[in-house]
Write a protein that binds this ligand. Sequence first.
Ligand code: FES
Ligand code: FES
Length: 157
Amino acid sequence: MSPTIEITFTLNGMPKRISVDPTLSTLVMLREILGLTGTKYGCGEGECGACTILVDGKSANACLMFAADCDGRAIVTIEGVAIDRSADGLRQAFVDHGGVQCGFCTPGMVVQAKHTLDKQPHADRATIKRGLEGNICRCTGYKKIVDAVAAVSGTNS
Ligand code: FES
Ligand code: FES
């Protein structure tokens, strides 16, 4: 077993200091050590987007990131987006447009969509689709998800 290292970071705006195995992924740290199970374990290989989080405001696959690399960063998970009033409209739009079915992809989709809208509040559909291209959904056929994000960005083009 590897010796642990101590890391400090902010998690959904709150300071965190923990000791982790340097080989641990951020995804496993979030789910199994910190109990934040909203971030989903899909492929574990950077292919499905279910584990999308924000790292210093940029989207990232938590399964591909060592927990040690959270040191000094601002990490936001779906639990943080869930209490972010500025994302109220985005979350509701997923419900209103049928963008949530089984829900497994939904946390990653919402976090990725938030990243797109934070960068470009009036993103067009092509930009929204590009932003979501690393996120897989087996249920919705994607259109409803794009409709939801487009409703927030206020564009149908
Ligand atoms: S679990 Fe990370 S991309 Fe699939
Ligand atoms: S809603 Fe089921 S995988 Fe997307």
